[in-house]
Design a protein around this ligand. Structure first.
Ligand code: 5GP
Ligand code: MG
Length: 176
């Protein structure tokens, strides 16, 4: 596994987006809607760097059904707070084709929030298939499959404190 971003580089990136988010919202309360499960670590680090009143809501989206290729997208809203008339910040781990973020934003829009903005840890270059792009992104990364800091391969590697590029030998090493 090849390290792409170290733990301290990741923390520096989260510091940067937290500062941008703080300057956008000031002391206005926000509701962070985190897309589970990949954004879990980013969420925990990000909200501790925000000083306005923050509510945390979870939404589930899954597109990778046990591999590195995209499958059918499923969104589950059973862990959502009421966001009507709220300023919402949707947080995800990575913006790849953009389909997940676009679908989740559409879903949140239907709940009548006051505003919706988007924030991702990683923006994969040259993969976008949608018109939107995230309002906040901590890092641009090349088109490679990455794991760690919340991102998984077959539900593993989320606990790595750094971000790594998954290599062929790592894929072969995953047993069930
Ligand atoms: P999109 O819908 O933008 O194509 O993909 C976004 C979702 O796909 C992310 O929330 C993430 O779960 C998954 N994904 C995309 N690229 C990667 C990657 O390089 N590594 C991992 N682990 N997941 C990815
Ligand atoms: Mg995800």
């Amino acid at each position: 596994m090849k390290q792409l971003l170290s733990e301290s580089e990741l923390h520096g990136g989260v510091d940067r987006v937290a500062a941008e988010i703080s300057s956008k919202y000031g002391n206005n309360p926000i509701t962070v809607v985190a897309i589970m499960t990949g954004s879990l670590i980013m969420l925990a680090d990000l909200i501790r760097r925000l000083n306005m009143p923050v509510r945390v809501s979870l939404i589930r989206a899954s597109s990778y059904r046990g591999g590195t290729t995209s499958g059918q997208l499923t969104i589950k809203e059973d862990m959502m707070l009421d966001v009507s008339d709220r300023d919402v910040l949707v947080v995800d781990d990575i913006f790849d084709t953009g389909k997940t973020l676009q679908a989740v934003v559409g879903c949140v829009q239907a709940m009548n929030p006051r505003t919706v903005a988007t924030c991702v840890l990683l923006h994969k270059e040259g993969r976008q298939l949608v018109d939107m792009k995230p309002d906040f992104a901590a890092f641009q990364i090349p088109d490679e499959f990455v794991v760690g800091y919340g991102l998984d391969y077959q539900d593993l590697y989320r606990n790595l404190p750094f971000l790594a590029v998954l290599e062929e030998s790592d894929i072969a090493a995953v047993h069930h």
